[in-house]
Design a protein around this ligand. Structure first.
Ligand code: SAH
Length: 264
């Protein structure tokens, strides 16, 4: 198992006595986005519920796989480590830290078994008797005068930090591959020919402009797709000048026909 999957697969998100089923759905969506899939619900007010399904926006597998427990103690009984999340660190008697620091320790293997991250009720958070089942707490730094976040937003932040700590990255973009010099020479030859045809370049003294153009296109280092576009543009100029037979027709651009962009 790679490190990313290893950490994410041993995290359980525990939601305690959630009142709004929409929050359960949004939390499920956040989990699925970040690659978490173990959801435990302690005494949810309404579940399953169409509002939860609607806000999960397709993360149905998380909701279907959710386990419902009568108490927090039951939900975390098989966990090696239990972390509470709270907006009010002042009232917490267990050690607390910020999300990034906390998940870095998890990623480093401090608790190699199953780890529960516990979220409280929308209005009243976690009760002290529930905090007694947790070994540490995490507080997301917020404006102290308005520190209590939406439950699903708090789940989202924890899930995101876990994903980053697990080493997840965006998929790599294909590497930029500039065309080889031979193709650049074909392009420069074509460019020079067209610019002579338009009289932009004097065939008796083409050097200066072409040298600057070589420098500029050399800096741009076009790939084969871009070189094809440039060559196509040059060909279209040759066709417009009547130097080449065009194969393309745009019926709406027929001489005399109005186009959408014409002024009335
Ligand atoms: N008035 C309650 C707010 C509960 S918000 C209280 O102060 O505890 C619902 C849940 O979202 C919280 O129990 C906690 O799990 C999570 N949460 C909200 N804001 C948070 C924050 N700033 N840091 C960590 N968790 C937070």
């Amino acid at each position: 198992m790679n490190q990313e999957v290893e950490l994410l697969s041993r995290i359980r998100i525990v939601l305690v006595a959630t009142r709004h089923p929409g929050n359960i759905g949004s939390a499920a969506r956040a989990m699925r986005n970040m690659g978490l899939n173990d959801l435990a619900l302690v005494e949810p007010h309404r579940f399953p519920d169409p509002e939860a399904t609607a806000l999960a926006s397709g993360a149905d597998s998380i909701l279907e796989g959710a386990t419902i427990y009568p108490t927090l103690a039951d939900a975390v009984a098989d966990c090696e480590h239990v972390i509470a999340t709270t907006a009010r660190v002042r009232y917490v008697s267990i050690p607390f830290s910020e999300p990034r620091e906390c998940v870095a320790r998890l990623a480093a293997g401090e608790h190699p078994g199953k780890v529960a991250i516990v979220f409280g009720r929308e209005r009243t958070g976690l009760f002290n008797e529930e905090l007694d089942h947790c070994r540490e707490a995490v507080a997301i730094p917020t404006d102290p005068e308005f520190g209590s976040m939406n439950l699903a937003a708090a789940v989202q932040i924890m899930a995101y930090e876990l994903r980053l700590a697990a080493g997840a990255k965006l998929p790599e973009l294909p590497e930029h591959q500039p065309v080889p010099q031979g193709q650049m020479e074909h392009f420069f030859g074509h460019l020079e020919k067209v610019l002579i045809a338009t009289t932009f370049i004097d065939p008796a003294a083409p050097r200066f402009i072409m040298r600057r153009m070589r420098r500029m296109y050399g800096r741009a280092a076009p790939d084969s797709h871009e070189i094809n576009i440039l060559r196509g543009m040059l060909t279209s100029v040759e066709e417009a000048l009547g130097l080449k037979q065009t194969t393309k027709t745009f019926p709406h651009l027929r001489a005399g026909a109005a186009t959408e962009n014409d002024e009335p």
